[in-house]
Write a protein that binds this ligand. Sequence first.
Ligand code: PMP
Length: 404
Amino acid sequence: MPDISRRAASLGTENAFVVLAEVNALARQGKDIISFCIGQPDFPAPDNVQEAAIRAIKSGKHGYTPSAGIDELREAAAKYLSGMRGGLPIRAQDVVVGAGAKPFIAYAVLSSTDYGAGDEVIYPNPGFPIYESQILANGAKPVPIHLHEDKAFAFNVEDLEKLLNKKTRLLILNYPHNPTGGCLSKEDLIQVAEVLKRHPQVWVYADEIYSRLVFNGEFFSIAQLPGMYERTIISDGASKTWAMTGWRIGFTSNPALAPVFTRWITNTESCASQISQWAALEAITGPQGAAQAMKDSFLERRNLIVRLLNEVPGVKCQLPGGAFYVWPNVSEACRRIGAADSEEFRKRLLNEAGVAVLADIHFGSRVPGEGQHLRFSYAASKQQIEAGVQRMAEFIRKNTKKAA
Ligand code: PMP
């Protein structure tokens, strides 16, 4: 059999999908598992969105579209992105619609770095694992910037200053953040923009897919700061805001890169599903009651899970500012049950207590000195949250006794 390329053989993945397969296999064996693994809203897409998709199919709107998306959606997404970001001058031609926001991570790396040129990309660690895998697969050098628990999971701007150099081509930011739920404040972003002034060759990829899930105050984008608009790739989409993960609609804007991203799409998926595009148009322009109700529900569940996790022996959990994730510190819980690290803890929690979560190592290498963390997606019912955290607490209590 011919060889697989080194690039493909070493391609990273999103471990949420790997753990999900493990969970499904256990569930098929009849094990009762409560899962906090998957990063998607636990709601159906709103009714008006479903109906728009059906209307599109029935009226024959299901062929190819231009690679950048249908004009109506580009126009609506431009207004929407601008409205959420202090009225930035985003035009329809600056917006490209893709099959989810995810493909734009690769397109941004591909469009800002050259293969084998030693070009560097800075990205948050912990972070969405696709950043690192796409940087590596496309021949650039991944440069992680560490996030810190005592900074509500922001990074130190001094660290950014040290990491930036002539080879840096792209800085990936993500706020609200997967996996910690952390946000970057306007003050943080002002400092980042100040540092970037000295490095005009650096693009910024602002992964703002959780922009509508900010719980304290208004969403603010780095693109709103002076000098940042032209160099920032704003990435948002329908997956999280309107519970449309499987519909695959993302939209990204940048005046210079829009034609470049369009060409990448012509070379890959041709276009996003036309049916989903009409549905996303309805999601953006139609009534926002369902999106608001989902956000309200996430806020309630965030408060519940953080309160409950902080009652678990050996667990400390911050109150995150956005998204639907919490990132509790379980260093003490690991010590109590004699688990070497968060990954061993995660496996035992799954197999012995029937609670599925992800471990910090699924989001990059562990940050030195920051301890052990797990990720819970709280896009689960209140009953599941209560029962899952109770199982975890019992598991720790039972095994602490054994270890003592
Ligand atoms: N960025 C981040 C930080 C995410 O968490 C996700 C989804 N888990 C995405 C991008 C991709 O979203 P989608 O492709 O569904 O739009």
